[in-house]
Design a protein around this ligand. Structure first.
Ligand code: HEC
Length: 120
């Protein structure tokens, strides 16, 4: 069917508007999630040993993200390590990280995604 150019324009404009609104909402949702995850890291006591930008008892989360930047298996491995504990990667004076049994698997995954997304 032939659509007059003006009709097409009128159709296209609200669609564009919707896309811009959707993109903006997505952006806000993403930063909202980062904020919520930082909160979760505090509530689950990750921040008792870790800081985002400084090594404490555990490595800085920015350093963790930098080390595994090109490692596509890192997420699964780190989720497992958070849940079960372990050492050997950072040689911190305190030794290995204890198992973080206060977090569920989905929480561990959410936290690890957030950690790996940190940028200096
Ligand atoms: C009691 C202190 C302590 C707590 C609490 C702690 N960590 Fe750790 N974390 C460590 C230490 C020490 C290491 C270094 C382990 C190593 O050398 O492999 C580490 C390493 C890590 C790593 C990098 C592991 C690797 O193989 O590179 C991640 C990711 C991590 N911690 C996430 C978390 C999360 C998420 C929490 C909260 C649920 C948490 N940590 C709570 C001490 C802690």
């Amino acid at each position: 069917m032939f659509t007059p150019p003006m009709a097409r324009l009128r159709l296209r404009t609200p669609a564009m508007f919707t896309m811009v609104v959707a993109a903006t909402t997505l952006g806000l949702a993403a930063s909202g999630t980062a904020h919520a995850t930082a909160d979760l890291a505090r509530k689950r006591a990750c921040l008792a040993c870790h800081q985002v930008d400084k090594a404490r008892a555990g490595p800085a989360f920015i350093d963790v993200a930098t080390r595994y930047r090109n490692d596509r298996q890192a997420e699964a491995r780190l989720v497992n390590k958070v849940l079960k504990g372990g050492g050997g990667a950072w040689q911190m004076p305190m030794g290995p990280m204890p198992a973080q049994s206060q977090v569920s698997e989905p929480e561990a995954r959410q936290l690890v995604k957030w950690i790996l997304a940190q940028r200096p």
